[in-house]
Design a protein around this ligand. Structure first.
Ligand SMILES: [Cu+2]
Length: 66
């Protein structure tokens, strides 16, 4: 499965690195794609918990809008 999230505050490669690191730590996550242009985070894995992913992104300092 994949989860698609909008994170409007993604502005540079630092943001990409921070969000990728935070989300990659979650055990169910297989891949994390953070796109600076579209400001989207696309997460793939088995049995993903979107609440958990959103919490990890929030902890990294970013808000998820959708
Ligand atoms: Cu940045």
């Amino acid at each position: 499965m994949t989860i698609n999230l909008d994170v409007p505050d993604i502005t540079c490669s630092h943001c990409v690195t921070a969000i990728t690191a935070a989300v990659s730590k979650l055990p169910a996550v297989q891949t994390v794609d953070v796109n600076v242009k579209t400001k989207k985070v696309i997460v793939s894995g088995e049995m993903l918990d979107d609440e958990e992913i959103i919490a990890a992104i929030n902890e990294a300092g970013y808000e998820v809008t959708a």
